[in-house]
Write a protein that binds this ligand. Structure first.
Ligand SMILES: Nc1ncnc2c1ncn2[C@@H]1O[C@H](COP(=O)(O)OP(=O)(O)OP(=O)(O)O)[C@@H](O)[C@H]1O
Ligand SMILES: O=P(O)(O)O[C@H]1[C@H](O)[C@@H](O)[C@H](OP(=O)(O)O)[C@@H](OP(=O)(O)O)[C@H]1O
Length: 406
């Protein structure tokens, strides 16, 4: 019937309202869609724990209507490094309390014979695994795979990682985004000097391994100050213009629609380091912006430390999720020194570190709520009505017996 609601629809809407479940939590469309955007500055540690309680509580399905037995089964296939950092006993405990259980995927057995899973969470490298997970997703479209391997592959190459950024639609926003000029060197670093000049790249350059493969070596970066120093670098690599940014960078964590931004220390503006680095040809620098380098509580100059504007981040993340096809990632960005809100994206990571984990748990909890709601909605309306009457009568909202249904 056009323009009217059938009684089942009304009841569905009422049930959703009573359960306090948002209407568009499309489990079938991947579960992370339409979860409602939230954005925060980071405050790690105890603050995180407090947040997860606050965030997950509104999505709890209350028990009295039916006994809720639905669980969310998350199959995981992670590198040992990731497993160690992610599956901490505390996180598993919190998950279990919410009805989310993590089950290891046995890489020696066919994936389709395992489970059934509601979600597959993976961070493993290699073509073999990519084929396994692609095949599985085709056969099991109902399972939320975080994330599609082809999308992950794209950001494990520092050239393809930043492609398409220039075309993002951010025209109405309170900030602008760029990618530093860069050049790929596949072999023979010495001869790359001419190409650097031809491409108009200005020194100093940040030299980054082309491939990110989870090893420490793929995160070993150098600053190259002149043409001569390029010969010392080992290809394949990307040479990227250094952008002065006042020594602070922003890590924007994304879990579906949830955004969290943190401030971390970074390399200082180059002028202060220049002479020392020149003496060594290239300057090999450590992981300056690791989780230990939080600058959230540091006393910094506001023009450097101010977080990127919220509407800008929301628009950027929306565009990037479409461009990249990822739901679990972080963007590393820096503010061009002296500018108000001109940013460069310098790196994107898939399923990154600790700052993301509790947010991920919140999102899994929302998927579970959706699953529970779907189960409830499958129950015939007459049974819902009967159960409601039973509960109401025991609460004396309805006469004990004999009342008609109309
Ligand atoms: N173009 C750039 N201009 C200025 N500083 C840069 C640039 N690229 C990288 N950096 C500095 O180097 C750090 C590491 O760079 P990047 O994130 O690209 O490397 P990574 O090995 O992928 O790091 P991560 O540990 O985040 O994965 C940045 O946090 C920043 O301090
Ligand atoms: O904890 P933060 O600062 O967010 O750092 C992350 C890095 O940014 C990521 O690059 C690491 O993952 P990769 O090694 O897959 O790039 C990622 O490694 P992980 O997979 O061991 O968590 C983290 O080290």
């Amino acid at each position: 019937m056009f323009g009217t609601l059938a009684s089942g629809d009304i009841e569905t809407a009422r049930l959703r309202r009573d359960l306090r479940i948002p209407c568009n939590l499309g489990f079938s469309c991947g579960g992370f869609e339409d979860l409602g955007m939230r954005l925060e500055g980071e405050n790690l540690g105890a603050e995180e724990n407090r947040e997860v309680v606050a965030e997950t509580a509104p999505f709890q399905v209350e028990r009295p209507l039916f006994q809720q037995t639905q669980k969310l089964v998350v199959g995981y296939a992670l590198t040992s490094k990731k497993k160690k950092s992610f599956l901490q006993p505390k996180l598993e405990f919190m998950a279990r309390r919410k009805g989310i259980c993590f089950v290891p995927i046995d890489l020696n057995r066919p994936l389709s014979e395992q489970g059934p899973f509601d979600v597959v969470l993976h961070k493993l490298l290699g073509k073999e695994w990519q084929d396994v997970i692609e095949d599985y997703q085709q056969k099991h479209p109902e399972v939320t795979v975080l994330d599609p391997p082809s999308a992950i592959k794209r950001i494990y190459n520092r050239q393809s990682m930043l492609q398409g950024m220039a075309d993002l639609n951010l025209s109405d926003c309170s900030g602008s985004i760029y990618v530093p000029k860069q050049l790929v060197v596949l072999k023979d670093s010495a001869s790359s000097a001419d190409r650097v000049v031809e491409a108009g790249l200005k020194f100093p350059l940040v030299a980054k391994p082309l491939w990110i493969d989870g090893t420490a070596k793929s995160h070993q970066l150098f600053l190259a100050y002149d043409k001569r120093s390029l010969a010392e670098l080992e290809p394949p690599l990307v040479l990227q213009e250094f952008v002065n940014h006042g020594g602070v960078m922003f890590k924007v964590f994304v879990v579906g629609d949830i955004i969290k931004v943190v401030r971390r220390f970074s390399l200082p503006n180059v002028s202060s380091n220049c002479e020392k680095a020149k003496a060594n040809g290239v300057f090999k620098f450590p992981r300056v912006s690791s989780a230990a380098a939080s600058a959230d509580n540091a006393d910094l100059e506001p023009s450097v430390a101010e977080l990127p504007p919220k509407p800008f981040l929301e628009a950027l993340v929306k565009e990037l999720r479409t461009l990249l096809g990822l739901r679990l990632f972080n963007i590393d960005m820096i503010r061009e020194h002296g500018s108000k809100n001109v940013f460069s994206v310098i790196d994107i990571n898939y399923f990154p570190g600790k700052s993301l984990y509790l947010k991920l748990l919140c999102s899994l909890n929302m998927i579970l709520s959706e699953k529970q709601t779907n189960e409830l909605l499958k129950i015939p309306f007459c049974r819902l009505w009967k159960d409601a009457r039973l509960r109401a009568s025991s609460c004396r909202f309805l006469p004990q017996s004999g009342a008609s249904q109309t």
